[in-house]
Ligand binder design. Structure first.
Ligand SMILES: [Zn+2]
Ligand SMILES: [Zn+2]
Length: 284
């Protein structure tokens, strides 16, 4: 069997052509795990050939709109098809705190629509199966099924209080998904020997002067500097570094090459992919 890692969105809050909001799909046989659900996640999953009914579980890294704005769409669209697939509620795993309240409230604006659909076709309202876990600086198992294990660790996206990275282990190897974070020791430890590290990337060093004194300086301060990320990936012995959540979003190959050269200047010599939507990395 192989494990596939598909980028369902490489974008950020500022819209960019061809880049959906944050999301990563990890598949191992029938196990399909979605991490975050930014803008247009339903479309990208469909384009990737994964039906919403096939999702085994969904994991949230943190509640910033660009990571969760597509979540009501995932839940509602799965529910609307449930009379066909009978897949039941989607299990949503999230760090304790804001994420749980967000998930519990997110369908409220659809209450009239839900009531109308229940009069017509659906026998029951969408069920939300939320599993909250405590953020921990030590990696902890938050989900497992057969040979597939998911761990979470707290990261540094302050002032966001509850943000995590995840590691998925399958018999083929391990995949780490950073979520949003500064380059940090916790992700480095989680990425030790990882086959694939999907990490957010921000060109902080390169654009240092250009953003000084602007709101972007604040924005860059809680994202991952590409040069420091190259050093992290080298120290952790990551085989394949996949960059996502690209700041600023490159719109051509020369723009993508600047991300790669930042990573190289940090010392990383392994394989680099500057992410585009629906790119897939395979292990095993
Ligand atoms: Zn983000
Ligand atoms: Zn964020």
């Amino acid at each position: 069997m192989t494990t596939t890692v598909t980028l369902t969105g490489t974008g950020v809050p500022i819209p960019s052509p061809g880049r959906a909001g944050a999301g990563v799909l990890v598949r191992y046989g029938p196990t399909a795990l979605q991490f975050d659900a930014g803008r247009a996640t339903v479309m990208r999953l469909t384009e990737a050939g994964t039906g919403l009914h096939e999702l085994s579980a969904l994991f949230i890294t943190h509640v910033h709109s660009d990571h969760v704005i597509g979540l009501p769409d995932v839940v509602m669209s799965r529910w609307i098809q449930d009379h066909v697939w009978n897949s039941g509620p989607l299990t949503i795993h999230a760090p304790e705190g804001e994420a749980v309240g967000f998930i519990q409230r997110m369908l409220d604006p659809y209450s009239a629509d839900i009531a109308l659909r229940m009069e017509h076709v659906q026998p029951a309202p969408p069920e939300l199966d939320v599993r909250a876990f405590a953020c921990s600086p030590e990696a902890r198992v938050v989900w497992s099924q057969g040979e597939v294990i998911v761990e979470a660790v707290a990261v540094h996206h302050e002032p966001v209080p509850d943000a995590v990275a995840y590691r998925v282990c399958t018999p083929d190897g391990s995949v780490v998904i950073s979520g949003d974070t500064r380059v940090c020791d916790e992700v480095e430890a989680l990425s030790e020997g990882a086959d694939v590290l999907v990490h957010e990337a921000c060109r902080t060093t390169a654009l240092h002067e250009a953003v000084a004194g602007t709101p972007f300086e604040q924005i860059f301060s809680y994202h991952a500097d590409t040069v420091a990320l190259g050093s992290l990936a080298k120290r952790a012995g990551v085989a394949h570094l996949v960059l996502t959540h690209l700041i600023p979003a490159p719109d051509d190959e020369s723009g993508e090459a600047t991300f790669e050269s930042d990573i190289r200047s940090g010392g990383y010599q392994g394989r680099i992919t500057v992410g585009r939507d629906l790119m897939t990395a395979t292990i095993g």
